[in-house]
Write a protein that binds this ligand. Structure first.
Ligand SMILES: *[C@@H]1O[C@H](CO)[C@@H](O)[C@H](O)[C@H]1NC(C)=O
Ligand SMILES: *[C@@H]1O[C@H](CO)[C@@H](O)[C@H](O)[C@H]1NC(C)=O
Ligand SMILES: *[C@@H]1O[C@H](CO)[C@@H](O)[C@H](O)[C@H]1NC(C)=O
Length: 457
């Protein structure tokens, strides 16, 4: 029983977190986070919840009355996990202590994700998904309408990312397609995104143990032979210094396991299934350096509302996606997104024409066009009746988040068009340093709404 819902008889979580009391082995209890669906006649509240991704969870033997870890730090237990399918049979995911271990708190309407939580073990970052009920992710298709939420990024310094985005996961976490995955959405399984991540411990109901290599910089991560790819719509990647919204289409449909060149790793970045770069709109990068930030037009020292509109060819949820617009609202005032000031790139929204002009102006490869443009991004929302909403807080072991809030890539002058994305120094964002200097950083998401255009704000 991979990911089994086996309930430990002993107070097994003690082995991981000695601060937990005896007898409080963990029943999975999803924090409530209500959301609203809106039409021109008003909004209706829904009793949605969130679930922690399975990768963060304690994975232990299914043997009765035992509590041996299947995975510790960055290593698999080779006795329990000699191969991918045996591991899936031998190991179980456990329930999560959301606030105590992972720093995830909800008031019912507002979710707070804390960066570092220190108990018996140190937890860094988290990722949760919105659920329709305890066994199914909430599927959302905002095409022809809009998606809106409030965010507080005031406690997110350079190098951190408080993200809210859609990914093309299965509504049940892949449980129906891969019966060895008996944990399903209830335990946050089935993640995928356009980076085709290799650090996911179980993919398609099997452990990712083959070729597993511990990370050189992250004591709690490693990467396996397989990656897990799917279309990704980044509504919000941000901290108090910079923000971007970015569609990332893939040529595949739905969650797809990759290996080899199709993962698009290393020098083969543009040879894989997904558009890893995406087509981003970052106000600072597009030339308006006074629009978003501390004390700026959108003052990131205070909470504000983020509105994202998905315009289609025929105005309905069945049409082709042709434009993604952005508005903000703060202290009762609605702000249109800043317009590009780059001479050859016009507009304040994402269209295929904007993407082509921006890639040319900045000398970037237009992999967004190769992988299907906005039409394919829209098709991802129609597949499976919507996409899954993910919210996370993370630091970046690969590129220190410089692609979001600083100058990137480092081998180009910061005066080259498109290189400067925010005011953070190129020396910021080193995970070990932020984890030590700003462990209490956090992001708050609230008032999640979606529905018809101009009905959610
Ligand atoms: C969750 O919702 C789906 C329908 O969307 C339903 O089939 C399923 O039974 C529900 N599960 C629970 C535990 O309520
Ligand atoms: C931004 O918000 C902070 C916190 O509310 C406030 O102290 C500051 O004056 C604001 N800055 C501007 C320029 O409005
Ligand atoms: C983080 O918060 C904890 C508890 O509130 C506090 O003891 C600690 O000093 C804070 N750490 C930093 C670096 O501010």
């Amino acid at each position: 029983m991979q990911y089994s819902t086996y309930i430990a008889i002993l107070a097994t979580l003690l082995r991981l977190t000695a601060s937990q009391k005896v007898g409080t082995y963990t029943t999975e209890t999803h924090p409530s986070l209500s959301s609203s669906k809106c039409t021109s006649s008003g909004c209706t509240t829904q009793s949605t919840k969130v679930v922690l991704d399975s990768n963060w969870r304690w994975l232990h033997t299914t043997a009765a009355n035992q509590y041996t870890n299947c995975y510790t730090g960055s290593a698999w237990n080779t006795a329990l996990c000699p191969d991918p399918t045996t591991c899936a049979t031998n190991c179980a995911l456990d329930g999560a202590d959301y606030s105590g271990v992972y720093g995830i708190a909800s008031t019912g309407t507002e979710l707070t994700l804390k960066f570092v939580t220190t108990g018996a073990n140190k937890n860094v970052g988290s990722r949760v998904y919105l659920m329709e009920n305890d066994t199914k992710y909430q599927m959302i298709n905002p095409l022809g309408g809009e998606f809106t939420f409030d965010v507080d990024v005031s406690n997110l310094p350079c190098g951190l990312n408080g993200a809210l985005y859609f990914s093309g996961m299965d509504a049940d976490g892949g449980a129906a397609k891969y019966p060895s995955n008996t944990a399903g959405a209830k335990y946050g399984t089935g993640y995928c995104d356009a980076q085709c991540p290799h650090d996911i411990k179980f993919i398609n109901g099997e452990a990712n143990t083959l070729d597993w290599t511990p990370s050189s910089t992250d004591a709690n991560a490693g990467s396996g032979r397989y990656g897990t790819c799917c279309d990704e719509m980044d509504i919000w990647e941000a901290n108090s210094m910079a923000t971007a919204y970015t569609p990332h289409p893939c040529t595949s449909t739905g969650q797809t396991r990759c290996s080899g060149t199709e993962c698009g790793d290393g020098d083969n970045r543009y040879g894989g299934i997904c558009d890893k770069d995406g087509c981003d709109f970052n106000s600072y990068r597009m030339g308006n350096t006074g629009f978003y930030g501390i004390g700026k037009t959108i003052n990131t020292s205070q909470k504000f509302t983020v509105i994202t509109q998905f315009i289609t060819s025929d105005g309905t949820a069945n049409g082709d996606l042709i434009e993604i617009k952005r508005k903000y609202k703060q202290n009762g005032v609605v702000y249109e997104n800043s317009a590009s000031t780059i001479s050859t790139v016009s507009g304040n929204s994402i269209t295929d024409a904007f993407c082509a002009a921006q890639k040319t102006a900045f000398g970037d490869t237009n992999d967004f066009a190769t992988k299907g443009k906005l039409k394919k991004m829209g098709a991802a929302f129609k597949n499976n009746g919507g996409m899954v909403l993910s919210m996370s807080i993370w630091d970046d072991h690969a590129a220190h988040m410089l692609w979001l809030d600083s100058s990137y890539p480092l081998d180009k002058s910061s005066s080259t068009p498109g290189v400067k994305r925010g005011e953070c120094a190129t020396t910021t964002g080193v995970p070990s340093e932020i984890e030590a200097s700003a462990p209490n950083s956090s992001v708050k998401f609230s008032n999640i709404k979606w529905g018809a255009l101009n009905t959610t704000y």
